[in-house]
Design a protein around this ligand. Structure first.
Ligand SMILES: *Cc1c(COP(=O)(O)O)cnc(C)c1O
Ligand code: SF4
Length: 344
């Protein structure tokens, strides 16, 4: 298990030249970024190395220690490892699998803003993620290296202010919680000054990948906002939810946050009725309701994760037999040009 260094827990002393970064930032900075190291740490034999290097060249490896410790060493089929280990298959072109499957580039009226659906907008609050998921539809997204500057945010905020039909701001990314609490508090403060906004939503994987992200500084700005708060986690397998994740969820709930989860249906990770049922049960133990189960977006490099529509429907029909209705996620696809996610 991760143990936090006592040094990192110390308060900032005015005599020190630099503030000590929060524990989660140190964990993020220390994430594994070398495919050979990932293989070595998980006890994978030399057979896996060339594929890991080839995939890494297309989309870099990033796996924080706190996520790694939930994997079974020596098991290349581990459902968490499958999500983050690059494979040689990523370099094999597959018909229909393209760089920008959602055509998001066509829906960005201002920097950092994606407005596709009525009443709600996505804000790219951070281009970075805590973990790089191999199936990610944004693996080729041209974020650039930096989030928008404050001046660019002002232009984006003007767009929201001028459109009273927008009720909800969704902080997304990348992962919005990869941004600092100082930046997020600033942004949320500006958002809540827009009278027609009523809800703040975060789409984030960080409380799962690095549970220490849910610290006092985060809960401070999140707890204070007048906006109603929804946090949509991204968990694909029950093994991702360890005790630290349960504790992080409890803290978020205590701050008045509604917790939902979205998953992606992934071959070799969660493509069985039992895996999906265990995920729903485990989510609910952590106080989280399943929201969406997405079929894979056809992004280049991810074809080996694909599950057919027929199998997807069959799996969810099976879930309906096993679980109460509130633990069955909605099976959806994102189709470019549609005004919402499309149920299958
Ligand atoms: C998925 C998505 C949303 C949120 O959709 P909901 O159905 O409200 O969860 C909003 N904007 C964009 C661009 C999206 O892709
Ligand atoms: S956390 Fe989300 S946005 Fe980031 S790589 Fe994973 S799936 Fe993509």
């Amino acid at each position: 298990m991760i143990t936090r260094s006592p040094i990192l827990l110390q308060r900032h002393d005015e005599t020190e030249p630099l503030p000590v970064p929060p524990a989660w930032q140190a964990q993020l900075a220390g994430a594994i970024r070398d495919p050979a190291e990932l293989c070595r740490r998980l006890g994978l034999d030399a057979r896996w190395h060339p594929g890991a290097e080839a995939g890494h060249a297309l989309f870099e490896v990033r796996v924080p220690e706190a996520f790694l410790v939930r994997m079974r060493p020596g098991d290349p089929t581990d459902p968490l490892l499958r999500q983050v280990l690059p494979l040689g298959e990523e370099a094999v072109p597959a018909p229909g699998f393209v760089a920008d499957p959602l055509q998001e580039a066509a829906h960005t009226p201002a920097r950092g803003l994606i407005h596709k659906y009525d009443g709600r907008v996505l804000l790219i609050a951070s281009p970075a993620c805590a973990v790089n998921c191999r199936y990610c539809f944004r693996r080729h997204f041209p974020y650039g290296d930096n989030a928008p500057s404050r001046a660019q945010w002002e232009a984006t905020l003007d767009t929201l202010r001028d459109d009273p039909t927008i009720r909800e701001a969704i902080l997304s990314g990348g992962d919005p919680l990869a941004a600092s609490d100082r930046q997020l508090a600033w942004l949320v403060n500006r958002l809540e000054a827009i009278p027609h906004l009523t809800r703040l939503r975060l789409h984030t994987r960080l409380p799962v990948v690095i549970p220490d992200r849910v610290d006092d500084a985060l809960l401070d700005w999140l707890g204070k906002t007048r906006l109603q708060k929804v946090l949509v986690l991204h968990v694909n397998h029950a093994n991702e939810i360890d005790d630290a994740v349960v504790a992080a969820c409890a803290r978020l709930k205590a701050a008045g946050v509604t917790l939902l989860n979205q998953s992606v249906l992934l071959r070799g990770v969660n493509d069985s009725r039992d895996a999906l049922a265990a995920l729903s049960e485990r989510l609910f133990e952590a106080g989280v309701l399943p929201y969406y189960l997405h079929v894979l977006d056809p992004v280049a490099g991810a074809a080996h994760f694909d599950v057919s529509d027929d199998q997807a429907r069959e799996l969810v029909a099976g879930l309906r037999d096993m679980l109460p209705g509130f633990l069955v996620p909605r099976l959806v696809r994102e189709i470019p040009g549609e005004g919402s996610k499309t149920p299958l």
